[in-house]
Ligand binder design. Structure first.
Ligand code: SF4
Length: 217
């Protein structure tokens, strides 16, 4: 690793650690991971007793590449993004995710004050993040950190995350074509449910892994 890379990594570590501390103050179980590989190992260990694992459609989770290994261990995989599913099958899996043993998700943003900010089109992902599954693990790459308010984080999501996600998902929105949010009223609008999880939900074992690596959008 070059001196520049070392210094960049050190700087990010300080920011990630500060976010972990803030999350802890807000009641979450928060863990700093130096690498994506560390986060992957944490998930595989935490999943030991889970019979069913739900996937919220997160690119960050996809980047960690845990699904195949969990499937090999015999766990029921609930992933509505599996190719070839009908609309009804997708919806049924989304409902099952709400009561799975372990739900895995990314987060669109994490403020340095320890608040998780997310914007959904359907709402299934954010719903499962705060109630239903026995355990929820949210992975947050350093690129999702926002040194600002939840409102500023929402702006970040609409500027940097939703447009490329709309493009990835083939949604017919203005931002998928221009890369900019125009607060559209498109039938395909992704921004329909916005959540701020600012304290650990009372009955959910919600753990947040803050990773010193860029993950997802
Ligand atoms: S409101 Fe519409 S244009 Fe703006 S980010 Fe959401 S989907 Fe894209």
């Amino acid at each position: 690793m070059s001196m520049t890379d070392e210094l960049v990594s050190w700087t990010w570590e300080q920011k990630c650690q500060k976010a972990v501390e803030a999350l802890g103050s807000n009641g979450f179980t928060a863990v700093y991971c130096q690498t994506a590989a560390e986060a992957r190992q944490y998930i595989l260990t935490a999943a030991a007793d889970a019979a069913s694992v739900g996937f919220g459609g997160s690119m960050s989770i996809s980047d960690l590449d845990v699904q195949q290994e969990l499937a090999t261990q015999g766990k029921e995989i609930l992933n509505h993004s599996t190719p070839g599913l009908s609309r009804d099958q997708k919806l049924e899996i989304m409902r099952q995710q709400l009561t799975c043993d372990l739900f895995l998700s990314g987060s669109n943003a994490l403020t340095m004050r320890g608040e998780l900010i997310n914007i959904d089109a359907t709402g299934n992902r954010v719903a499962a993040m705060f109630f239903g599954p026995k355990m929820v693990i949210v992975v947050v790459g350093r690129n999702k950190l926002v040194d600002g308010t939840p409102q500023e984080a929402i702006v970040r999501v609409k500027q940097w995350a939703t447009p490329p996600n709309a493009k990835r998902l083939n949604f017919n929105t203005p931002c998928a074509k221009t890369g900019f949010c125009s607060n559209c009223n498109s039938p395909d609008r992704l921004c329909r449910v916005t959540t701020i999880i600012d304290r650990k939900p009372r009955f959910t074992d919600l753990r947040v892994l803050v990773i010193n690596d860029d993950l997802g959008l």
